[in-house]
Design a protein around this ligand. Structure first.
Ligand SMILES: CC(C)(COP(=O)(O)OP(=O)(O)OC[C@H]1O[C@@H](n2cnc3c(N)ncnc32)[C@H](O)[C@@H]1OP(=O)(O)O)[C@@H](O)C(=O)NCCC(=O)NCCS
Length: 161
């Protein structure tokens, strides 16, 4: 099953919001309301992509670039509709190909909730490196306490190898 990526538009927001809200995802991935997605979609700093296989959406990714860190691209969010079926691996692999082929990114990076073992396993398996702990970097609204992220990245030179 090969995955293709296409730029998203407002018609994809419902699918993206459904993916964000799949059962069990709440501790690991942010959820924005429709208005916030509309704003981000219109913001040139953000890129929204939908991954498709056999003409069906399997997941999405949101990328963020800022002038403050040239050639660094932040993977703001990634989620698949159906977890545990290999879709995430295919989506992230296609996404990383896309990023290094279509943009001038040198360092592609992200922050993952420390106890999100599935996502950390996915990233490590595709060659991402753990850079360190972002200590108490977010507030967990469900547990009413702070949690830490692991910061990870992959460089264009590593991906080409
Ligand atoms: C994280 C996510 C994108 C992974 O996609 P997925 O389709 O569930 O994962 P896959 O089935 O493709 O598995 C990919 C790899 O993850 C790793 N993995 C899967 N489950 C794992 C677990 N419980 N522990 C450690 N590694 C695990 C394996 O290395 C696996 O590769 P392999 O099958 O070749 O060994 C998906 O689960 C998701 O959308 N989760 C909710 C949102 C989220 O956490 N997003 C990431 C925010 S940083």
């Amino acid at each position: 099953m090969s995955v293709s990526l296409r730029g998203a538009d407002v018609r994809d927001i419902a699918f993206i919001m459904t993916c964000e809200r799949r059962p069990g995802y709440e501790p690991f991935v942010g959820r924005w309301p429709q208005d916030k997605h509309r704003l981000r979609l219109a913001d040139p700093e953000f890129t929204y992509l939908v991954g498709e296989a056999e003409s069906h959406g399997i997941g999405f990714a949101i990328l963020h670039r800022t002038w403050m860190r040239p050639q660094n691209l932040y993977l703001k969010r990634i989620a698949v509709h159906d977890a545990g079926r290999g879709h995430g691996k295919r989506l992230l692999s296609a996404l990383t190909d896309w990023v290094f082929a279509k943009t001038d990114t040198h360092r592609f990076w992200l922050e993952v909730v420390e106890h999100n073992e599935r996502a950390r396993g996915l990233y490590r398996g595709l060659g991402w490196k753990e850079e360190g702990l972002v200590r108490e970097g977010y507030f967990d609204d469900r547990l009413l306490r702070r949690g830490s992220f692991v910061q990870m990245s992959i460089l264009s030179t590593e991906w080409r190898q």
